[in-house]
Structures are given as C-alpha cells and as structure tokens.
Design a protein around this ligand. Structure first.
Ligand SMILES: Nc1ncnc2c1ncn2[C@@H]1O[C@H](COP(=O)(O)OP(=O)(O)OP(=O)(O)O)[C@@H](O)[C@H]1O
Length: 337
C-alpha cells in the first residue's frame, strides 16, 4: 500500500497557486526527500497531508486514509516535525515529550525518547533556554513518540550543528529500517542525498521531477566532470575539437598533463577516443558525478531543460518548459482552510 498518495492536487490561496496539479505516490517504508526552492509549495503539501490546509481540488490519501475525512486516523499514526516549531518556554524538555505522549495516548518512556535525540541531560531544563538545535531535537523527540508509521519532517536539520545533523540522519535511517515511511523536506542536499531512496523536486508548485538520485542524474542535463590525465600536451585545436563534441559542455586544461571535461555520460567515450585518435595517450581518467546540488539547480533554474524521467511512482516526472504556524508543539492545533 502507498503511504502517501496525492492525486491531481491543487491548492490556491486567493491569487497564489501554492501547489498545482500535484500527483505523487510515496510507498510504505520509503525515505522520500521533498525538495524545491523557497516558496515552491513544500510546506503547503505537508499541510495538505495533515489536513492543516485543504485542497482546492484533487485527492490526498495518507496511510490508506482520506486526509480530509479521516484526518484523526492519519495523525494518530503520523509523527510530525513542523516547520518553524517553537517550544513552550516554561515547560521542560521532558514535559514537552510527556505532552506528546498524553496527546497520542500511548505508553512511552519519555526519558528513552529524549535519550534517543541526545537531550537526556537537558530533560529537566526549561525549553525556553534551549538552543535552536536543541529545540529541533525536542521537536523530533515529540514526532517520534508512539513509533509512528509515517514521519513527516519539515526542514528537520534546520539549526542543527554537523553532529546534530548526523544524528538526525541516523534516526531517519533507523526509523526507515523499522519500516517507517519518512517524508521530509530539506534545503540541505547532502542530508537528502545521504538518506533518501527517492526525491521529488517542486518548482512553482509543480512537481518537475521524481526519481532516485541516480535516475535524476541520468535524466537531467547536469553534467559529470571527467578528469583525464594525458601523456602529451593537448593543443588548442584539439581542445576546440573536444568542445564541439555532442554532450560536451566545457573543456579546460588542468595543469600541463590533465584536462577537466564537463560532459554527459554518453560523451565520455567520444572524448577519450578523440584524444587517442589525435595521438594523445590517456594515462588515467575518473568521473565525478553531478551532485544533488547540481541536479537541483538543473531542475529548478529558469533555463532548466530536463529530459523525461521514467520512474515516478505514477506522478509523471515532468519536463519544465495558509500555512498555520501554530506554536503548538503537537503541530495539530488551528487548522487553516
Ligand atoms: N496561508 C497562506 N496564504 C497565502 N499564501 C500562502 C499561504 N501559505 C503558503 N502560501 C504561498 O504559497 C506558496 C508556497 O509556499 P510554501 O510555504 O508551501 O513553500 P515552501 O516550498 O515550503 O517554501 P520554503 O522553502 O520557503 O519554506 C508561496 O508563494 C507562499 O507565499
């Protein structure tokens, strides 16, 4: 069964279309990264899943439940780390987790959850004195209460130091190992690359790509960089010839005995063959694949030109030619529609 299913979902706020005809399926047990520039519609999508906002059109199903009609059933099985989470200053960390335990009506040892997110030593301190990263850990602890089937994390690494970000990754991986579906939005692409099975990229409310990172690589124009060590000097004429090859975007000398070539994967062989045909021995070469950041830019920049990507869970990877900040640590109060 799919954990999340959005079918032709559009959300308009007066004249702003935050999400446009979004279709996306996230399978149970997947770790799914949801990316997009500021204002792309990520938080709105998350709010649609949780029935904090309602679609203008289209259907949202979460864990087999209709997100509108069965929102309570969804929330009972879902842990949420909301964007812009804020603490109750006067309550201790433990009191926050106990609040989540009571709200979810589960029998959970709050200290064990706090330990899990590295807050055991600060459990009795008032959360108003917590650093930003500690607040974020506390939000995660509350999301983890009750071992949810689905974790929805909106910018989970915001405010975390590198050690905290690593712990966040480890928790995501261990949750996934337990079978939990994890759906998270992030601007920290290394984080996403490290843990996600698939990513979806939103741009202006539209899903412009959804695939594994390798799938995005092969479907996008983002180039790999080929480092070639050569056994003889490469003249300007040959450099120009290489630049003319199909799929080659740049060719630069890298010292006297090496070249750096930006090219798509199909062009690699032609580059090497052209050098050898011109009597230049190729002593060594290595390829550095496009990073997720390169891919993100390729899919979201204005002149993005991206080939069709086949594996999209029914969404159709596309070629691009009232968000309630409640202050409620459950993330559950105040619904804006
Ligand atoms: N309650 C609202 N009323 C009016 N417009 C809204 C509301 N909520 C979101 N929007 C608009 O919808 C668009 C998408 O916003 P959203 O917060 O979903 O983007 P995002 O991808 O989460 O951005 P960020 O990365 O900056 O958090 C933006 O243009 C935003 O201004």
């Amino acid at each position: 069964m799919a954990a999340i299913e959005l079918d032709g979902v559009t959300k308009r706020f007066e004249d702003v279309t935050a999400v446009s005809d979004l279709s996306l399926t996230v399978e149970e047990g997947e770790v799914f990264g949801f990316l997009g520039p500021n204002g792309a519609g990520k938080s709105t999508t998350i709010n649609l899943l949780l029935d904090f906002v309602r679609p203008t059109s289209g259907a949202v199903t979460v864990l087999g439940h209709d997100a509108r009609a069965e929102s309570i059933a969804v929330r009972e099985r879902t842990g949420v780390l909301p964007e812009g989470f804020d603490v109750y200053d006067r309550l201790t960390g433990r009191a926050h987790v106990e609040f989540a335990v009571d709200s979810k009506e589960v029998d959970v040892d709050s200290d064990a959850v706090l330990e899990r997110v590295g807050l055991a030593d600060a459990a009795d301190r008032k959360a108003g004195g917590y650093s930003k990263g500690m607040r974020q850990r506390l939000a995660l602890a509350m999301a983890l209460v009750g071992d949810p089937d689905l974790l929805i994390l909106d910018e989970p690494s915001s405010g975390l130091d590198p050690a905290g970000a690593k712990e966040m990754r480890e928790i995501v991986v261990s949750e996934a190992d337990r079978g939990t579906t994890v759906f998270f939005s992030s601007h920290i692409l290394e984080q996403v690359e490290a843990v996600c099975d698939r990513v979806g990229i939103l741009r202006g409310g539209e899903l412009v790509a959804v695939d594994s990172i390798d799938g995005l690589r092969s479907a996008s124009d983002a180039d790999a960089t080929l480092h070639i060590t050569v056994g003889a000097a490469v003249g300007d004429g040959l450099l120009a010839e290489l630049r003319e090859l199909t799929g080659v975007s740049s060719v630069d000398r890298d010292g006297d005995d090496a070249l750096r070539v930006g090219c798509d994967s199909d062009a690699k062989t032609a580059v090497v063959t052209t050098l050898e045909d011109d009597g230049i021995p190729v002593d060594d070469f290595s390829t550095q694949e496009a990073s997720l950041e390169d891919l993100f830019l390729a899919y979201t920049e204005d002149d993005a030109a991206v080939a069709d990507s086949p594996n999209n869970g029914g969404a159709g990877a596309k070629v691009d030619d009232d968000h309630p900040e409640t202050g409620d640590p459950t993330g559950n109060s105040e619904v804006s529609r």
